[in-house]
Design a protein around this ligand. Sequence first.
Ligand code: GLA
Length: 747
Amino acid sequence: MITHENGVFLLQNPAISLLLRVSPRGLLEQLHFGGSVTLADARAMTSLVGPGWGCGILLEESDSESCPDVRPLAWSGSGRGDYRESPLELAGQSTDLRYAGFRIFDGIAPMESGLPQATGPAETLEIIMEQEGLGLKLYFTLFDTAITRRCVLENTGNSSVTIQKIMSMVMDLPGNYEMTTFDGGWIAEMRKHTLPVQDSRVVNESVTGFSSNRHNPGFLLSEIGATEDAGRVYGFNLVYTGNHYGAAQRSLQGLTRVVQGISPSNFAWELQPGGRFETPEAVMTWSDEGFGGMSRNMHTFVNQHIVPEYWRYHLRPVLYNDWEGCMFDFNQRILLNLAKKAKDLGCELFVLDDGWFGQRNDDKAGLGDYSVNKKKLPSGLKGLADRIRAMGMEFGLWFEPESVNMDSDLYRKHPDWALTDEFAPIQGRHQLLLDLTKPEVRDYIVENVSSILDTAGITYVKWDMNRHSVALGAKAHDYILGLYDVLGRIFKPRPQVLLESCSSGGNRFDLGMLCFGPQIWCSDDTDPIERLTIQGSLSYLYPQSTFGAHVSAAPHAQTLRTTPLTTRGNVSFFGCLGYELDLNHLLPVEEKEIQAQTALYKQYRRCFQFGTFYRLENGWQVTDGDITMACIFSGCRPAAPGYDYLRLKGLKKGKTYHFRSRPQTLRLGQFGSLVKHVAPVNLNPNGIILRTADKHLTLPDGEHTGTATGGALAAGIPMLPAFRGSGYDKQQRTQLDFGSSLYIIEG
Ligand code: GLA
């Protein structure tokens, strides 16, 4: 509900509230953002605002409360006495926008520039601010677990102005905070870092042209001492795929100024008289149930308001992707053989990745050309897709439409379509970006991708983009608008096509891309131990339904680490499950394990993909009604291990639950000469008997069932003892390094 009383605006629902006040000088102040308050509370809170002092500038000499530098503000100017970070900078001129009116209405304020935004049930407050020659509309939209903010600046004067910086939101929060950001690079995305916010500015920014794997646009502010389950935590994110900027800095008065928007680096936007500039939408949430509560708010918001309507709570298929198994080296026979195997293992969608078009036999040629490679696929895409559908699987395809190899027919024909500047072109992964600011380039992509989707009956697209930008400069925002135009024209008319975006893995894991496709390939690093970090960090801001999570081969291509197949499955279960390895190399025991994994995942798919997510001390939990799935990950096994506990969250204290561990198996071969620990006979570890047995025979491991109250499960029940050099017992966890135990708990 949004209410207004004497220049005070309250956005409030049971989860969250935001309190704004128009000051006597027409500044927009933010008196509260956080837990739910009522209008009666708000009346008392407005009187807490105090005067400025010292050498501060007063907007009105006779009004000691008119010092903008010390007010808790929800918008501010530049060059007019507020020396904290400004949300708006125009070349060569100050800004001093003051309150001029408001509107409250149901729903959202639709974007006019083509930027994506949150949709669904909501209520919006529009605040109108003005100064001579400029108009500003600030939009505050109240959703059930988050509030979004954006603004539109209009040139109401007679001469053009240049915007050098415009933020989507600015706010001042009382208190001391730490800022958590998620940083990294290719195959090492989402490393979590936390810094105290003090009097110098802490910045989270991307300047690669895209939201980037260097710094995810989402960040957190937590009060000192906040934990996973308690304490006040704010979450911020941006519905945008381009360069972003977020910053926090504490003032002498103990207010923390927070801003978020498009990165001002290299940004310059000329606004002609009558012209308007729309910022992307910033998302803000809050919880006093620690990081976990904040994440659950963000998850609900993304599942309900960000991903395309068709895919909201729509179950995702188990897929097989041929990339890590084949790379560029395949033909129709190889693919059909893999598809048959994938189907037998329980996959529902076959995805043909890179290499199906033009001269694309490695990553040096062919990008930009859409003609199918008939040498590899003599019956064309439709012929292949029809055969795969006849097996009972859907067919999906990889595209990288924004890029071009210089060795391609497209580049030879239209070298001017590539983004260049005054220097010689410089490549990333042997490719250039196409200039999506040009309408003819966008039309080429839309026509080609659309016609392939329609003629081959494709129901899934992996939309890749494998380089950082250069030569974009001030065009960066225009490029992103061009990208959104292309995505909208292809996918809005085809809502049932499942779009998974990708950018060398997680180089564009952002809410902008999620508005067009409901899932994103988290990382080219599918090593499950790395994925605990990557998916674990993503879980702070994004729900598990948005994670493309695949089981791949071990030793792993990026780390050379060998991990149990069970753990590879268990980690991928907490996302949209897929398999990405050469299925010809699987042993019979591994095929059985994968069949069991896909069967279990399908049975509990709703819970895995859309259940309420909890980060546990040593694992992850999802709960959907009476069903809970929890996985405990063990890492490197110590000698003489201590006790481990299954300690769950969110269950009903007095209720009785039945729990069981998912049957796990041990392969004999992994014990080498220690096989005597687990088998009654002493076998030669390198002999034919053990090698043959290893392909077909397994031993049950860690079988644990029982009944417990929600209270006991919250306090923690002891897990089975771990292997401690004491021989085999199926009621022990004889796990190797990086083992894991998945529990199914039913009320
Ligand atoms: C990128 C993607 C991979 C794969 C390759 C194909 O690296 O992240 O998943 O699609 O491109 O070239």
